[in-house]
Design a binder for this molecule. Structure first.
Ligand SMILES: Cc1ncc(COP(=O)(O)O)c(C=O)c1O
Length: 362
């Protein structure tokens, strides 16, 4: 705290990102990165871009990328005017909070969801109300209807639970709140859900946000995008052009464009992650864990007899990092990223050993 800080900064509770450890020998299952590499075509495109060109500013609108995303979704009526791109979906979400959620009424999001949402509310001074998920951690659409809202946002599949809201339920929510923007944060949708992008043409209040960090394995490149009615996109562009005209650098534009076009690599790696997830879920269940149904590249699991924080600490001592959240409702859970089959097996072996020699907590 300093007298030079603005009141907003003094009051902020910044988001705490998952740990990015320096040690290389760790089994890193804590930040939902993809265990497989990015598209070789994306790597080649970035290598080709590396040179004298970097002297020049990039295309401020990242047009090749918007075009590639529009082409991919052309069957749903998506054009480049429906597409916004940013420096990771975190930046896209931040702009969306500022551009579309700052109204008189409080915005709504689930009590268990992406912990960056309350941070954006603090940064932009947006009132919010957290709506409790059901006992089984599913989202009840009715809880979001017939109630005034300045906006609604939820991840689908949800994070950190991995639970999916089916598309007809997403549509019921978007249709039932036509006077506020509904943002569906689809960071993990490629691992088991149906995207709401096909609904965009029918609902001018729907904004779908996705990232290349997970299913495209480009977390290090920082590229995310939103698809919505051109009026919503214009609002995002207005914020972006009042903040940073060049959020995507030259490498990011060519790399992300090539990655979006490489359907074969996308399909192969996505299927591999889904297969490993099913194996991991089976292994955890065999060890007695309750595992929430996951449509994401991570699983959320608790052991009925062992404390979540203690299990996470034991794993850490073995060099295996998973994510543990302290908040009361989910304090017994571990969020485990789906790694390679070898990484998942290392986790299962370590858990088995600990469960055999740890005293039970409950
Ligand atoms: C639900 C959700 N939304 C958005 C993001 C941000 O992703 P990125 O900024 O890497 O695109 C994450 C990252 O973990 C996430 O879990």
């Amino acid at each position: 705290m300093s007298k030079f800080w603005s009141p907003v900064v003094s009051r902020l509770t910044p988001y705490t990102p998952g740990e990015q450890p320096k040690l290389s020998k760790l089994v890193k299952l804590n930040t939902n990165e993809n265990p497989y590499g990015p598209s070789p075509l994306a790597l080649a495109a970035m290598s080709a871009e590396l040179g004298d060109n970097l002297r020049l500013y990039p295309n401020p609108d990242a047009e090749p990328l918007k075009l590639a995303l529009a082409e991919q979704n052309a069957a749903h009526g998506i054009t480049p005017a429906h597409v916004f791109v940013g420096n990771g979906s975190d930046e896209v979400l931040a702009h969306a909070f500022q551009a579309l959620m700052q109204h008189e009424q409080a915005i709504l999001f689930p009590d268990i969801s992406y912990s960056f949402y309350p941070t954006y509310c603090g940064l932009y001074q947006i009132a919010h109300r957290m709506v409790p998920l059901a006992e089984d951690f599913t989202l009840r659409v009715d809880d979001y209807l017939n109630t005034p809202a300045g906006g609604i946002i939820f991840p689908n599949p949800n994070a950190p639970t991995g639970c999916l809201l089916l598309l007809d339920e997403v549509e019921r929510l978007v249709a039932g709140q036509p006077d506020c923007v509904v943002i569906v944060d689809e960071a993990y949708v490629d691992f088991g859900g149906d995207s709401a992008i096909p609904l965009v043409a029918r609902y001018p209040n729907l904004l779908v946000v996705q990232t290349l960090s997970k299913s495209r394995s480009l977390a290090g490149l920082r590229v995310g995008f939103a698809i919505g009615h051109p009026d919503l996109i214009t609002a995002l562009e207005r914020v972006k052009n009042s903040f940073n005209s060049y959020p995507l650098d030259r490498m990011a534009i060519v790399g992300a464009t090539a990655a979006i076009k490489d359907q074969a690599h996308f399909d192969k790696t996505r299927q591999a992650v889904i297969a490993s997830r099913e194996h991991l879920v089976g292994g955890l269940a065999a060890l007695g864990f309750d595992v929430l149904p996951s449509a994401a590249n991570f699983v959320f699991a608790r052991h009925p007899r062992h404390d979540g924080a203690k299990l996470a600490a034991r794993l850490r001592a073995d060099g295996i990092i998973v994510r543990h959240f302290g908040s009361a409702r989910i304090a017994q859970f571990l969020r485990i990223t789906v790694g390679t089959d070898e990484a998942c097996q290392a986790l299962l072996d370590a858990l088995q050993a600990h469960l055999e020699d740890m005293p039970v907590d409950f």
